[in-house]
Design a protein around this ligand. Sequence first.
Ligand code: NAD
Length: 250
Amino acid sequence: MNIDTISGLDGKVALVTGAAGDIGRATVALLRAHGMRIVAEDIHPAVAELAEPGCVVTLTGDVGDEQTARAAVDRALGEFGQLDVLVNNAGRTLNKRALDTSVDEWDAILATNARGNFLHSREALRVMVKQRSGTIVSVASVVSSVGMPDLAAYAASKGAIAQLTKVLAVEYGEHGIRVNAVAPGVVETNILAGIVEDSRATLASYGHLHPLGRVAKPAEIADVIAWLASPRASFVTGALIMADGGYTAL
Ligand SMILES: NC(=O)c1ccc[n+]([C@@H]2O[C@H](COP(=O)([O-])OP(=O)(O)OC[C@H]3O[C@@H](n4cnc5c(N)ncnc54)[C@H](O)[C@@H]3O)[C@@H](O)[C@H]2O)c1
């Protein structure tokens, strides 16, 4: 039995947001390895590097823009005729305490992380409800459920994702649609680009916060996303799956 037979993802179609980032690229690579066709979306033009004729189409746009969400879902239907999986992965952070956070900064983080998730979920659900099948996997965070200083807007946006996940699971379960989120601990990625000199090295230095004594590699989060997206998680919905090296067990 090969990997595709085991996962049940072979031939299915996914829309992955934030596809040009580290967790996004790892997710696209893994879903492709499982035989999926993919619409890869990102605000960064580097997403075009992921294009593969007949297998991966790319789209550049702001995830918090309603037109981007509509265009991405239309692209899945136009190119591949269906949409089975949405991975809401696009996100950015703001490392500031509440008193240092401006209204514009708050709105910008919520627009990307929370509104982007809502818009893409809503547009995907329009198709999935008609199909009477589909699954949504969102990338939340440990700060969806625990407090951490210097992350007021980011944590609020990730809390919104956790709650939206539960509501959508409850609202659309009867249509055969599963909605889940993965909550990573610290992952060695480029998310702090522009905030610190070396994002991956800075994030790697937080290993001691996790009982496993290290941070995650992007591929370890992609594994959880792929499992949640697959029929192997067929009775899992409305869940916030911690992939945090034990961070929230402390
Ligand atoms: N790295 C961590 O420690 C960590 C921990 C928990 C959760 N996460 C979450 O994982 C997800 C992926 O982040 P990553 O760590 O791979 O970082 P990353 O910066 O490598 O990837 C994020 C991607 O999202 C894209 N993006 C940002 N704003 C966008 C917008 N407005 N529209 C469209 N695309 C946009 C970026 O261009 C980038 O390609 C994010 O949702 C992040 O919050 C990361």
